[in-house]
Design a protein around this ligand. Structure first.
Ligand SMILES: [Zn+2]
Length: 436
């Protein structure tokens, strides 16, 4: 029985350890359950965390996307900013340039302004100078015009006076000049207010004048009626030249008759009728006066009038046949008688010249001058007279009588004073002596 006790004890021990182990297993089991419970909860929480992580990842991805978008935006903006800066710079430089330009322009403007001012001053000066010059030139033109007018007037007057002189010298017209006026001339004088007419005409002719008209002219003016009343009144105040027309004739016929060809009354004729003037110029010796607006003129002598004057002058200068015969006869006689007496030294004898103051028409056309010759020798150049019986001085010069050389011998010694006064006639035909 000793082995069975040790075994029984060992079986008991073994029972005990198995109970213990069962207990432990139970505890372990419980622990395992707890552990699995905790694990499951842990697992769930891990899963939820994972889910949350996923969500966060997604969020992060979205945020990253946003960030990249924003970054690209920023880059865009940056590039824009740079571009803008560039633009700004260029604009700034442009502004700078513009400012410089502006300054330059300002300077240019100032310069131009001063130039302009100078120019304006120059223009002003030039204008005032020119204005002065123009004024001066105008004055000079005025002066020149006046001078020309004056010159013309003087020239005209000279021409007119020359014409008058022609008629006084060649045809013996004398002052006061007689001017026969017809109706047209009187009307012209009245309508152009050339008054007083006689003063105007005497200024034209260069001497006092007397105005005439004829009854026929007045009658004609009367016929012309109211328009010519003033002219008629003026004509009636003039002197009347006699015409022998019982019945009034036409004015031009009457005047032609009054004047005639020779115009022995020495009338000037005033008429505005150009045709009538032309006609008279061709057939009578009459100076013609007419008016041109407010100027009075005198027609130039016509060819007929000049030729007539020339002819009568030639007639006067040449001898007629009878005069020649008489001359030859008388000189022969004188020479013969002188030879007999032996007093002649020189046989060149001449007839004293006889010059008529009447022209070929029988009209006296020259003035007859009386010469104031010295009655004796110049007393200052002579010795004093000694005695009464010595009064006759030796006179070597022979004298020639005005009418004929035949009287010469007889009269010599008769009067010394006469001798001296005839001295020149000794020279013969060329002497200027004039006798009737
Ligand atoms: Zn008459």
């Amino acid at each position: 029985m000793a082995l069975s006790s040790a075994f029984k004890e060992r079986l008991d021990q073994m029972e005990f350890t198995r109970n213990q182990r069962l207990d432990l297993l139970q505890a372990e089991k419980e622990l395992q359950v707890n552990k699995s419970k905790i694990l499951a909860s842990k697992h769930a929480s891990i899963q939820s965390i994972e889910r949350r992580c996923l969500m966060l990842d997604q969020k992060i991805a979205a945020q990253n996307l946003k960030i990249t978008v924003l970054r690209s935006n920023i880059e865009d903006l940056d590039s824009k900013y740079h571009g803008s800066i560039q633009q700004l710079r260029s604009l700034k430089s442009e502004v700078e340039e513009l400012r410089e330009l502006d300054e330059e322009r300002e300077k240019y403007y100032k310069v131009k302004c001063s130039e302009m001012n100078e120019f304006m001053q120059n223009v002003e000066r030039f204008r005032s100078e020119n204005r002065l010059q123009i004024e001066n030139l105008r004055n000079r033109i005025k002066e020149c015009r006046e001078k020309k007018k004056k010159k013309m007037r003087v020239k005209r007057q000279k021409k007119n006076r020359r014409t008058v002189r022609f008629f006084t010298v060649c045809y013996g017209f004398r002052q006061p000049y007689k001017v026969l006026c017809d109706g047209t001339f009187v009307h012209h004088l009245v309508s152009n207010e050339i008054t007083p007419a006689d003063t105007a005409i005497s200024e034209l002719l260069g001497g006092p004048v007397k105005l005439f008209t004829t009854r026929c002219v007045i009658a004609e003016l009367e016929k012309l009626g109211k328009d010519f009343a003033e002219s008629l009144e003026a004509a009636q105040m003039l002197s009347t030249a006699t015409c022998e027309h019982e019945e009034a004739k036409a004015a031009d016929e009457c005047l032609s008759e009054v004047i005639g060809v020779k115009n022995s009354e020495h009338f000037f004729l005033g008429t505005q009728d150009a045709e009538f003037r032309r006609k008279l110029q061709q057939e009578s010796i009459v100076p013609l006066v007419f008016g041109l607006r407010n100027i009075l003129l005198i027609d130039q002598p016509s060819d007929f009038q000049r030729q007539t004057a020339k002819d009568s002058e030639n007639k006067r200068l040449t001898m007629t046949d009878t005069e020649k015969k008489l001359l030859v006869k008388r000189t022969a006689k004188i020479i013969a008688s002188n030879r007999e007496k032996g007093t002649i030294e020189n046989e060149e004898w001449g007839m004293p010249r006889v010059v008529s103051t009447r022209n070929g028409l029988g009209v006296k056309d020259r003035p007859q001058f009386k010469r104031n010759r010295a009655k004796g020798p110049n007393p200052l150049s002579c010795m004093k007279k000694k005695k009464e019986n010595n009064t006759e001085k030796p006179q070597s010069k022979s004298k020639a009588n005005s009418n004929s050389g035949a009287h010469k011998e007889k009269k010599e010694g008769e009067s010394d004073t006469k001798k001296r006064s005839r001295k020149r006639s000794k020279k013969g035909m060329s002497g200027p002596e004039r006798t009737e």
